[in-house]
Design a protein around this ligand. Structure first.
Ligand code: ATP
Ligand code: MG
Length: 583
C-alpha cells in the first residue's frame, strides 16, 4: 500500500523523492559535499542570511515569492527574495546605526508578523545573535530569558511591550534599545519606532566576514522536563538544515511549504525560516493560532505541498468530525512531516485514512539544531517508529555504566539512551552560562540526548520516553509513550498522559490521565472499560492501574505534554518552572 502510494504521488506530481536509495546515500554522504550548495560570502566565510536570501535575490530567484504572510484577520502579503533582501538589509542597517554589532544579543517578542522574519534575517546579516521568544510568554519568563541571554536589543510590538516588558525595564540595565514594530514615532533614545527607522535606512547592506563558527542563534528549550536551557548555535548549522531540507522535507523548486511552528521554538527558526529559504522554496507563514477549519483552508487555498507540523496539532485534528478530503481540496499536499513529541501510530494511520498521506515522524532537539532521525518519503513507514538516522548522522543506543562510562547496545530491541556521534554541523556549541552542563552531555565519544529508545534489526529507532518520565513498576521499566499510544487506539480517547505514581509495594503505579473525544462521557463504566482495554493490549504489568479523566492535559506552549506537572500535581509537590506552560 505504501509503495503504491509513493508511485501514485510521484506520478501525480511528476516529482521523485530526492532520496531514493537510503542505504546508498547514507554510505556515501560527506558533510564537505554539502558546501557546494552554498555560495559563501563575497567578503569571506559563511552567513545564514546570505545563503537563505541574498544569493537568491542576486540570482535567478530574484522575483520568486519567498514569503507568503497570512495575517490573523485575513490580510495577506507576499515578499519576493529581492524584497526580503532589501527589507532585511534595512533592518541590519538599523541595528548597525544603533551600535548593535557582532555577537550582541537581539531578542524578538512578536506574533508571526512579517517584521519578525525580516528582522531574523537582518539580525544574522548584522552578525548579531537572534534570540527568539514566544509572544505568549508572560513577564516572568520574558525577564528571566532577557537577563540570562544578556539582551542588548528587543524587537517587539507596542502592545506586547506595554503589557509585558515596560514594567521590567529597570531590571534590564543591559537592554540598550527597544524597537517597536508598530509605533509611529520614537518614544525616547531607548524606545524607538522601527517603522520610522526603516524608512530612512538604506536597503543595501554588505555582510561582513562571518566565521562559520560565529554564534547565530540562542534558543531556549521547551522546558518540558525542567528549567529551560539556553542553547547556542552557529552559522555552520545550515549544513544540517540544507541536508534535511533536501532529504526529509524533500524540497523541490515548485513546493509551497508551511511550517506551523512559531519561531519561539527551534522548529520555527530552523524549519520555519532558514531551511525553506536555503532551498529557494516559498515559505507560508500563518499568524493565526490553531483552528482546524482555518488550517484545512490554508492547506487548500495556498496549495501547500509540504507541511511540517506537530503531533499535538494532528491529535487536535483527529478529535474532530471533519472529513478533510471530502470538505477540502488538498490535492497539492504531497508530504507531511511531524516533530516535537512522539507520534502515536494511530496518527500515522489516521493520515493514511483521512488525508491519503501517512504522517512522517522525525526526531530532534533544540540541542541538535536540526532533524537527526526521520521517516523518509521513499521508505516504508513503520507506524510508531521515528525512522532512521539521516545521512551524516550516526545514532546509537547507549547504556550508562556505574563508573561514568557508556557502552553501546548493539542488540536489537534493547532499550537504552538515544545518543549521537558528535560533530554534525548544527550540534549546539554550548548551554549558555553553563559549560559544566554542556560537558556532561558528552560521554565516551557520544552526545547523550536524555531520551530513551531502542533500535530494530533494520536500524529504525523507536521512542520509549524521556529518561525523566520512565516508570519503574514491579521491576519493569515502562515508557509512557507505549501506554499512551495504546489508550489512543480506543475510540473514546483523544489524548493521554501517563506517569508513574509512587507506591510502596511496587515502586510506581502506572497512572493515565485521559481526555475524551467529543461525544464521550467520563463515566465509571468507561473508566473500567479503558482499564480492561489497557490490560488486554498491554498486559497487566504495563497497563495503567489508575485512569483519571481530564478535559485537557497540561502542555508546553509548543504543545508537549508536561508529564512532570501531572506527576507533581498528583503528588502535591511544587510545580517547578512553569514558564512554558500553556494557559
Ligand atoms: P526541555 O529540554 O527544556 O525539557 P524539550 O526537551 O521538550 O524541553 P525541545 O528541545 O523543544 O525541548 O524538545 C526536544 C525533545 O522533544 C526531545 O528530546 C524528545 O524528548 C521530544 N521529541 C522531539 N521529537 C520527537 C519525536 N519525533 N518523537 C518523540 N519525542 C520527540
Ligand atoms: Mg530537552
Amino acid at each position: 500500500m505504501q509503495k503504491n502510494w509513493i508511485e501514485k504521488k510521484a506520478d501525480d506530481f511528476l516529482i521523485h523523492p530526492n532520496l531514493a536509495d537510503y542505504d546508498q546515500v547514507y554510505e556515501t554522504f560527506k558533510w564537505e559535499d554539502v558546501a557546494s550548495n552554498f555560495q559563501g560570502l563575497p567578503s569571506g566565510g559563511l552567513n545564514i542570511a546570505h545563503e537563505a536570501i541574498d544569493r537568491h535575490a542576486n540570482g535567478s530567484l530574484a522575483d520568486k515569492t519567498a514569503l507568503i504572510w497570512l495575517g490573523e484577520s485575513g490580510e495577506r502579503k507576499n515578499y519576493t527574495f529581492t524584497e526580503m533582501k532589501k527589507e532585511s538589509a534595512k533592518f541590519a542597517n538599523v541595528l548597525t546605526s544603533l551600535g548593535i554589532l557582532k555577537g550582541d544579543r537581539v531578542f524578538t517578542l512578536s506574533t508571526r508578523l512579517p517584521e519578525l522574519y525580516i528582522a531574523a534575517i537582518g539580525i544574522l546579516k548584522n552578525r548579531s545573535v537572534l534570540c527568539p521568544l514566544f509572544s505568549q510568554f508572560g513577564p516572568d519568563p520574558i525577564l528571566q530569558r532577557l537577563v540570562r541571554g544578556n539582551a542588548k536589543a528587543l524587537l517587539t510590538t507596542k502592545n506586547l511591550f506595554d503589557k509585558k516588558v515596560r514594567p521590567l525595564l529597570d531590571q534590564l540595565p543591559e537592554l540598550h534599545t527597544v524597537l517597536l514594530i508598530d509605533a509611529p514615532e520614537d518614544e525616547s533614545d531607548q524606545i524607538r519606532s522601527l517603522k520610522q527607522m526603516m524608512e530612512t535606512a538604506s536597503d543595501t547592506y554588505e555582510i561582513l566576514p562571518t566565521d562559520p563558527e560565529d554564534m547565530s542563534i540562542l534558543h531556549f528549550t521547551s522546558g518540558t522536563t525542567g528549567m529551560p536551557k539556553g542553547v547556542v548555535h552557529v552559522h555552520k548549522a545550515i549544513y544540517t538544515h540544507w541536508m534535511s531540507g533536501q532529504y526529509v522535507l524533500d524540497f523541490h523548486p515548485n513546493d509551497i511549504y508551511w511550517c506551523t511552528a512559531d519561531p519561539g521554538w527551534v522548529t520555527g527558526t530552523s524549519y520555519g525560516i532558514i531551511t525553506p529559504w536555503l532551498h529557494g522554496v516559498t515559505n507560508v507563514v500563518d499568524e493565526g493560532e490553531f483552528d482546524a477549519v482555518h488550517w484545512y483552508s490554508t492547506l487548500q487555498n495556498e496549495k501547500i505541498s509540504v507541511w511540517y507540523t506537530a503531533p499535538t496539532a494532528i491529535r487536535r485534528l483527529m478529535r474532530l468530525d471533519i472529513e478533510p478530503l471530502k470538505e477540502y481540496n488538498l490535492s497539492a499536499l504531497r508530504l507531511i512531516q511531524s516533530v516535537g513529541e512522539p507520534l502515536n501510530p494511530e496518527a500515522v494511520v489516521w493520515g493514511v485514512e483521512k488525508l491519503q498521506l501517512p504522517i512522517h515522524d522525525n526526531w530532534w532537539q533544540t540541542e541538535t539544531g536540526g532533524i537527526m532521525i526521520s521517516n523518509l518519503l521513499s521508505q516504508q513507514i513503520r507506524p510508531g517508529s521515528m525512522g532512521r538516522p539521516l545521512p551524516g548522522i550516526e545514532a546509537g543506543i547507549i547504556q550508562r555504566n556505574d563508573d561514568e562510562t557508556v557502552t553501546e547496545i548493539t542488540e536489537p530491541l534493547k532499550e537504552g539512551e538515544l545518543a549521537l556521534k558528535p560533530g554534525w554541523p548544527s550540534m549546539f556549541r554550548n548551554y549558555l552560562h553553563d559549560d559544566a552542563r554542556y560537558a556532561k552531555c558528552f560521554v565516551g565519544g557520544w552526545y547523550l540526548s536524555g531520551d530513551l529508545a531502542y533500535k530494530d534489526k533494520d536500524g529504525y529507532f523507536w521512542f520509549v520516553g524521556r529518561s525523566d518520565d520512565i516508570i519503574k513498576t514491579s521491576g519493569h521499566m515502562v515508557g509512557p509513550f507505549e501506554v499512551e499510544s495504546t489508550l489512543m487506539e480506543h475510540p473514546s480517547v483523544a489524548e493521554a498522559g501517563v506517569i508513574g505514581k509512587p507506591d510502596e509495594m511496587i515502586g510506581q503505579i502506572v497512572k493515565a490521565f485521559v481526555s475524551l473525544k467529543a461525544g464521550f462521557e467520563p463515566t465509571e463504566e468507561l473508566r473500567r472499560e479503558l482499564i480492561g482495554f489497557g490490560r488486554k493490549r498491554l498486559g497487566s504489568a504495563v497497563a495503567p492501574k489508575e485512569i483519571e479523566f481530564t478535559q485537557n492535559l497540561p502542555k508546553t506552549r509548543s504543545g508537549k505534554i508536561m508529564r512532570r506537572l501531572l506527576k507533581a500535581r498528583e503528588m502535591g509537590l511544587p510545580e517547578g518552572d512553569i514558564s512554558t506552560l500553556e494557559d
